[in-house]
Design a protein around this ligand. Sequence first.
Ligand SMILES: [Zn+2]
Length: 244
Amino acid sequence: MPPRPFAWPEPYRMAVSLTFDDGRPTQLPILVPYLAAQQVKASFYILPRVVAANAEGWRKVLAAGHEIGNHSHTHPCSGSHRWSRNNALEDYTLERISMDIDQASDALENLLGERPQTYAYPCYGTFVGMGIDRKSYVPVVAERFLAGRSGLSDVANDPSFCDPHCLLSYELDDRSPESAVKLLESAYQDGRWVVFTSHEVAPEPVPGKERYSTTLATLDAVIQWCQSKPDVWIDTLANVARAL
Ligand SMILES: [Zn+2]
């Protein structure tokens, strides 16, 4: 497929979206006030039952200009994750994943008053089934959402070519500030869209969750780098996706 002609809206030459998954315990008390102080808008992908546990708190996050997107209803991942063995993507059909996603959109709309516009694939898994029955569920996401975020990438999204329903993302968890800035600098040269994924966010890695922790020092390095450049656009996944 040939690249589409593309230019970021003036005055920008690249975009950055920060995405935070699962509504982890550190997000409302630590991350949300931090983002408010930095005046940065981000995307949160949360299961309805987690939103329901503090609907008032998450409604305030939405009202502050952040995005709350769909992360499915039951968080199905590959059964290679032992904890997902009883809810494994390998055992899903396209019909079953569609129902799971629609149930989450309905529940989030009831809780928050707004239907989610983007989706984040739990554990970055974009397939259902196994072997000859294995199918991509990217089309299910494309039928329903403005954009979908996958992950575990070694390259940033090229806005002139990327699939908005299967966006690549870099993990910010367990990453040093220097490594994060290096990714941004290389994407800046090419005018790309960098999407970062985080889970817990705290001053120090959360004990026992180090692999899923982004430190405030790393997040700070990313935000300071973006805000030091007037041509870097930092915004929610939905807002940037609308520019594609
Ligand atoms: Zn998740």
